[in-house]
Write a protein that binds this ligand. Structure first.
Ligand code: NDP
Length: 404
């Protein structure tokens, strides 16, 4: 029987919800590329419930305990005295969400003598030292596509809110003001702008499709080119390097995984290649953009705005410069954990666990590392190596009470 250690974010400050704003979720038949949604044999949760916080338990407790396994759920994940560190030593499986990542560094992997699988409840397994997982023969899986559209919607929202200066204008209302000039002095139309995505995978392509009706010029860079029919249908301009693309774009959105090739991709030199007054939206991973270079570019005006929901480390310390830099529209890491997305990734985790315990193959598209090598989606989208360096900084986070 196995011990499953599941790291989830804390419940809402007012307690676990007893009701929700809506009574259910729309039914989806397939993902946009035809991939099937998760197909567990069963689920023990109500779709639309909060599953990603500690009390939600990803809806796994009944299934795991009725099969004789042990489930430990905690949000205490950082530092040597954390519950995660204590429980990890004899855990067989670790489940973690990128929003509240349980960093599985090389050190921790050495201490996790029984660890056989790390499951990402979501997409993006960069919180796992993939090189160490490869060397130790640990399987790494994620629930591919579960929240790609959730993120794409968030990206479109952030592009519009930056360009149109939505958040500061909303603040004027909250502050009891009516100064239209302050709002308008940084507000533009998106129409006619050049919008480019770094990577046109599931999220990047969905962003391109969603931006098309805004009558913008669409650009992309990806290591693999999209089919000609897709390029023609959307009128896409492909670039053979990020460097080449960014100089032409008014808006750049980053939608590639974090791995050694993409870490620090948007450093001071890359940002200097962008048009003055460009907007940068990063919902991929915080480490893809250089923390200080972004803040400096916002202060100098080289960037007119920066938004995203991804930071490094997570949670971000109180003194992280992105909390206080000008012209930003940052949120905590939330885009991929809408209640809609949670229902899909909780079902996907259940599917992965059922396959694992029943000795059935895990879907190729869910695999990142297996059998000592990158596998499935991992072989296509990641490179070997480690991107967890510096994650111990997450232990510095001290929560502040939410005002109001
Ligand atoms: P996909 O695997 O569908 O797409 C990733 C794309 O990135 C692929 O097209 C891949 O290209 C491309 N890529 C990989 N390396 C590079 C590189 N060096 N330069 C340019 N492109 C590259 O994943 P998704 O679109 O679903 O998700 C992408 C990322 O978004 C995730 O890895 C995760 O980090 C982040 N994410 C964030 C969430 C959030 O809540 N904020 C939620 C979900 C995901 P190719 O395969 O052609 O080589």
């Amino acid at each position: 029987m196995a011990k499953i250690l599941c790291v989830l974010y804390a419940d809402p400050v007012d307690g676990y919800p007893t009701s929700y704003p809506r009574d259910g979720l729309p039914k989806l038949d397939l993902y946009p590329d035809g991939q099937a949604l998760p197909t567990p044999r069963g689920i023990d949760f109500q779709p639309g419930a909060l599953l990603g916080s500690v009390s939600g338990e990803l809806g796994l407790r009944n299934y795991l305990e009725s099969n004789g396994h042990t489930l430990v759920v905690t949000s205490d994940k950082d530092g040597e005295d954390s519950e995660f560190e204590r429980e990890l030593v004899d855990a067989d499986i670790v489940i973690s969400q990128p929003f509240w990542p349980a960093y599985l560094t090389a050190d921790r992997i050495v201490r996790a003598k029984n660890l056989k699988m790390a499951v990402t409840a979501g997409i993006g397994s960069d919180h796992v030292d993939l090189q160490s997982a490869i060397e130790r023969g640990i399987t790494v899986t994620e629930v591919t596509f579960c929240n790609s559209i959730s993120v794409a919607e968030h990206v479109v929202m952030m592009i519009l809110s930056l360009v149109r200066n939505y958040l500061p204008s909303h603040q004027v209302v909250l502050d009891g003001g009516w100064n239209i000039a302050d709002c308008a002095a940084r507000s533009y139309d998106v129409e006619g702008m050049h919008v480019g995505t770094v990577a046109a995978g599931r999220i990047g392509l969905a962003v391109l499709r969603r931006m098309k009706p805004f009558d913008v010029h669409l650009h992309y860079y990806d290591r693999h080119r999209l089919p000609a029919s897709v390029e023609q249908g959307l009128g896409l301009i492909w670039h053979d390097s990020v460097e080449d693309m960014v100089g032409m774009c008014d808006v750049v959105t980053i939608n590639c995984p974090l791995h050694p090739e993409t870490e620090n991709l948007f450093d001071a030199a890359m940002i200097a290649r962008m048009k003055r007054g460009a907007y940068l939206v990063n919902t991929a991973r915080g480490k893809i953009a250089d923390r200080d270079a972004v803040a400096t570019a916002l202060r100098s005006g080289q960037l007119a705005g920066y938004a995203g929901d991804v930071w490094f480390p997570q949670p971000a310390p109180q003194d992280h410069p992105w909390r206080t830099m000008p012209h930003h529209g940052m949120t905590p890491h939330i885009s991929g954990t809408s209640l809609s997305a949670q229902a899909r990734y909780a079902a996907g985790v259940r599917e992965i666990l059922e396959c694992y315990f029943e000795g059935r193959p895990i879907r190729d598209e869910y695999l990142i590392v297996q059998g000592g090598a990158l596998a499935g989606t991992g072989a296509h989208s990641y490179s070997e190596g480690n991107a967890t360096g510096g994650s111990e900084e997450a232990a510095r986070f001290q929560p502040r009470p939410i005002p109001g």
